[in-house]
Design a protein around this ligand. Structure first.
Ligand code: TEU
Ligand code: CA
Length: 558
């Protein structure tokens, strides 16, 4: 295997809006991030992914970009950005930016011009399509955020434009070479500034069937079908477009890319992130995709350790045949994992430590999401008015439509909402957990006095210090090679709430055990104990792993 620079590294996602506010307007910003770089360095972070900080009306918290080459006022200025980039590099870390090019904002100049003249050259950069004679839109796809993917164009009879996300996020037409060139120029502009690569947003959605045939309705009962199914169906049309992008931008420059690529199938994995793949890596979303098979939060599967384990194992085994995935447990679209997957008794620091152990030694590049390293649990949303994400509101209505009471709807949305991960980062015991002197744009976690960085920093047994320990182990000189490049294989699991796997190369074998159940298990393993948490005892070549405990063992192979 050819070792790339990023193998063996640790990545960290910053959601700028919620990380650190430097000027008291309640919104996190670039200066705030700069002030916390030492924290990230000390944690062991090598690569930072910045969620969007561009000019945007913030309909979808910056995933609706109105100007790709400027920093949004709420986040700071281009000078702040340059300072951030040079500080990151000075600390020997890398910075990757969020590339959101399946769609832009409806306030982008290009779309405004397109709206005024849909048949002109700007109009060709989007999808303007005539509807059916009976007044219905071109097809029956449902957008990710609810309702039709089509929006009527005012002033033009029968004409609709396509948006897979909100109506304020019109999809860009990747079949137009002029549009592609615009995107490539923009990407090269950022690469010229010195950034180290991109996280590529929602990218599989760029594949379209230009006849817009629609799909048979799914189970939601509105006659529509989730547009994600069309994306999955058209997946094999994406690689050609993606490789064209690569060849004109990051490819020749050797920059790192990680695709947010939902809807992959085994046949195209190699083209997406194999040896000649379009991206360096993709996020492993095997677990998430299980949920999104259903048409709404109200119908989602009940989360469990089994789901987390089986999904990750499946993803790891597929990746073994292809390349290197980026593993995640949380991100800005995911709930807080400790409360989501674990039983009630483990929705605490101990549960977070066991989960961290199960997660951080998987094969691939681990992305830690801000606050995950604190073992942040679910924030209590006490009323629908405390939600901020546009999707939370749609899903709340869907719950009611499907017969949930208001209380049940609130509970269901609270469990799955993307707002869970977006509440402010918890820094210290001061006002608003040190996130902001003003009023935070979204409510604070109820346990902020206990979970914050400063309190945990002083406690040697804290989740934060556990993350540091595990990261140090992952990078320790004698284990680094095996963790970075070694193979993955599942180990037999004696219980649905038990997760065990091994990592190995010619020289080493490492075994990871995480017991999320209420029972103890005795495993035959006489290798040296590398690290453990909870109730672990050794006896006669065996390892007893108590409830809510984890252990990692290692041996040299001759
Ligand atoms: O998400 C893409 C995506 O398809 C899902 O994560 C989606 O938001 C969710 O499953 C809804 O069910 C990316 C970003 O991560 C997300 O924050 C943005 O809202 C979205 O793209 C649009 O840019
Ligand atoms: Ca601010």
């Amino acid at each position: 295997m050819q070792k790339k620079w990023w193998y063996g590294k640790i990545a960290y996602q910053i959601y700028p809006r919620s990380f650190k506010d430097s000027n008291g307007d309640g919104i996190g910003d670039l200066k705030g991030i700069i002030s916390k770089l030492d924290y990230l360095k000390d944690l062991g972070v090598d690569i930072i992914w910045l969620s969007p900080v561009y000019v945007s009306p913030q309909i979808d918290n910056g995933y609706d970009i109105a100007d790709y080459r400027s920093i949004g006022k709420e986040f700071g200025s281009m000078d702040d950005f340059k300072e951030l980039l040079s500080e990151v590099h000075a600390k020997d870390m890398k910075l990757i930016m969020d590339l959101v090019v399946n769609h832009c904002s409806s306030e982008h100049e290009l779309f405004r011009k397109a709206l005024a003249d849909p048949y002109g050259p700007e109009g060709q950069c989007f999808y303007f399509v005539k509807g059916h004679e009976d007044g219905t839109p071109p097809d029956n796809l449902r957008s990710y955020f609810g309702g039709s993917v089509w929006e009527k164009v005012t002033g033009f009879e029968d004409l609709w434009y396509l948006h897979y996300f909100a109506k304020e996020q019109p999809d860009l037409n990747w079949y137009n070479p002029a549009l592609r060139q615009r995107v490539y120029d923009m990407m090269n502009w950022w690469l010229d500034l010195g950034i180290d690569g991109f996280r590529v947003d929602a990218i599989m959605n760029i594949a379209k069937d230009l006849t817009f045939p629609g799909l048979a309705p799914d189970d939601e009962g509105d006659g529509m079908c989730a547009c994600g199914r069309m994306t999955a169906k058209l997946a094999d049309k994406a690689p050609a477009l993606l490789k064209d992008m690569r060849d004109h931008t990051y490819g020749p420059r050797g920059a790192f890319t990680v695709g947010e690529a939902f809807g992959l199938n085994p046949e195209i994995l190699n083209d997406i992130y194999g040896k000649d793949g379009a991206f360096s890596s993709v996020f492993d979303f095997t677990v998430r995709e299980l949920f999104e098979k259903k048409p709404g939060y109200y119908a989602y599967e009940k989360p469990s350790v089994k789901l987390y384990r089986d999904g990750n194992f499946k993803g790891q085994e597929l990746a073994m045949k292809t390349g290197m995935v980026s593993v995640i447990t949380e991100n800005h679209d995911e709930p807080r994992a400790v409360s989501f997957y674990l039983r009630k008794d483990l929705q605490n620091a101990q549960g977070a430590k066991v989960l961290a152990t199960a997660f951080l030694f998987l094969r691939g590049l681990p992305f830690i999401y801000q606050g995950q390293e604190l073992g942040m649990t679910k924030t209590d949303f006490n009323e629908p008015g405390e939600f901020r994400d546009l999707l939370s509101f749609t899903e709340y209505q869907k719950c009611l439509k499907h017969g949930f009471s208001k209380k049940q709807a609130l509970e269901c949305v609270s469990l799955h909402t993307r707002d869970q991960s977006r509440t402010p980062m918890l820094w210290d015991k001061s006002k608003n957990a040190g996130f902001s002197d003003g009023t935070p744009w979204i409510r604070l976690h109820q346990d902020w006095k206990k979970l914050n960085v400063s309190v945990q920093g002083e406690d040697p047994d804290s989740v934060l210090n556990w993350y540091k320990t595990l990261i140090r182990i992952r990078k320790s000189p004698d284990l680094e090679e095996c963790f970075a490049c070694g193979a993955f294989a599942p180990l037999p699991c004696p219980d649905d709430s038990f997760m065990a796997y091994r990592r190995y190369d010619e020289k080493k074998e490492i075994r990871v055990y995480a017991n999320f159940s209420e029972k103890s298990f005795t495993i035959k393993d006489d290798a040296a104990l590398i690290v453990s948490t909870g109730d672990i005892t050794r006896k006669d070549g065996s390892l007893m792993i108590g409830p809510g405990s984890a252990a990692v063992t290692g041996r040299d192979l001759k």
